[in-house]
Design a protein around this ligand. Structure first.
Ligand SMILES: Cc1cc2nc3c(=O)[nH]c(=O)nc-3n(C[C@H](O)[C@H](O)[C@H](O)COP(=O)(O)O)c2cc1C
Length: 346
């Protein structure tokens, strides 16, 4: 996959404010470039003489099966990129056999989204300071058929906001579909930034659904999430949008996987832009891997087909990488196949 032309085409297709919103990071570099470069510093040690006869990218996670370990990370406001918003993305993910995590800050309301889904999907959740607001959304997400909830815990809110968010709070044209009474600015400002592990256990108790905790970078936080009953942990720095200077997820993943110790699956996202990046993440112990902005670029350029092409293209590349490294299935990819290799450029 060469994402440069897709990203350039997306930039032309989007209005400047939407582009800035999608692209935005807390520190100066474009999108997830720092994270992407960190994946590239991991060298692959191929296995040979493996008698490989086929390569299978099938993922089984939380009792469901997908054609690929690539999943759609939850991203807000797909209505900025396509008139059908998240439903267009859902159809592209389904065409690629990939799991989609729906963002609570979606353009399409969750009941409508659930009605459009044929297969399993997960719903991302922000707890709002006004719990009546988030409880109402959560109840609709459960009723709409979400198989799991993904509680995002890394929105620290902060006193000093990234410039892109200050701009978009004022002018972003997409209205939040799940919170029609709120403006975009009110919705963002209403997110509770002071979560604790008991919020995880509370959400599990109140919904009966598996709850994944998204936005973990520190191994002790991963352990706290597991002890609170999380079904899984998502290692993420929110596409570098929250904390300037945050560690790339490639450098945080291994310690989290070790701390979790196989008790629950670990997913990672941030700067994944090739099948080899996917292989690196899986080798470090991720069970599945999320992509954020590339999906939005595909959506903005050619809609459902664009989303499918991004996810399917990454999967084809992963299959090639697996064939080249002697891994016939996802379970055959392991940490013995990677080393730090700071000299690599791809
Ligand atoms: C435009 C945009 C909106 C996002 N909105 C959300 C969101 O609503 N909830 C959430 O948990 N993460 C959100 N994220 C973070 C993504 O889930 C994911 O962590 C990140 O995009 C992965 O990095 P990548 O874009 O380099 O693939 C958003 C990211 C972007 C770029």
């Amino acid at each position: 996959m060469d994402f440069d032309p897709i990203r350039t085409a997306a930039r032309s297709a989007l209005d400047p404010l939407s582009w800035d919103y999608y692209e935005g990071v807390a520190d100066g570099r474009p999108e997830s470039q720092t994270d992407h470069e960190a994946w590239q510093r991991i060298g692959i040690v191929p296995r040979v003489m493996q008698g490989l006869t086929e390569v299978d990218t099938t993922l089984t996670i939380a009792g469901a099966t997908f054609s690929t370990p690539v999943l759609v990370a939850p991203t807000a406001a797909h209505g900025l990129a396509h008139p059908d918003g998240e439903v267009a993305t859902l159809n592209g993910a389904a065409a690629a056999g990939a799991l989609m995590i729906y963002s609570s800050s979606a353009r399409v309301e969750v009941t409508e989204f659930g009605a459009a889904a044929d297969g399993p999907w997960w719903a991302q959740v922000y707890l709002m300071r006004d719990r009546l607001v988030s409880d109402d959304y959560i109840a609709r997400a459960v009723a709409a058929g979400a198989r799991a909830l993904v509680l995002t815990v890394d929105l620290s809110g902060g006193l000093a906001e990234a410039p892109f968010r200050q701009n978009t709070r004022v002018g972003l044209p997409a209205l939040p579909g799940n919170f029609p009474g709120l403006t975009w600015a009110q919705m963002s400002a209403g997110i509770d930034a002071n979560l604790r592990p008991d919020h995880v256990s509370g959400l599990i108790e109140s919904t009966g659904l598996p709850v994944w905790v998204k936005g973990v970078l520190h191994p002790e936080d991963a352990v706290a999430a597991v002890e609170a009953g999380a079904a899984g942990v998502i290692v993420s720095n929110h596409g570098r949008r929250q904390v300037a200077g945050v560690v790339p997820t490639a450098e945080a993943l291994g310690d989290v996987v070790d701390a979790v110790g196989g008790r629950v699956p670990v997913v990672v996202d941030g700067g994944i832009r090739s099948g080899v990046d996917l292989l690196r993440a899986l080798a470090l112990g991720a069970s599945a891997v999320g992509v954020g902005r590339p999906v939005l670029w595909g959506l903005a350029t050619t809609g459902t087909d664009g989303v499918r092409d991004v996810l399917a293209g990454l999967t084809v590349e992963l299959r090639q990488a697996m064939a080249a490294t002697g891994a016939g299935s996802l379970s055959a990819i392991n940490r013995t196949m990677v080393r730090p290799a700071t000299f690599l450029t791809r």
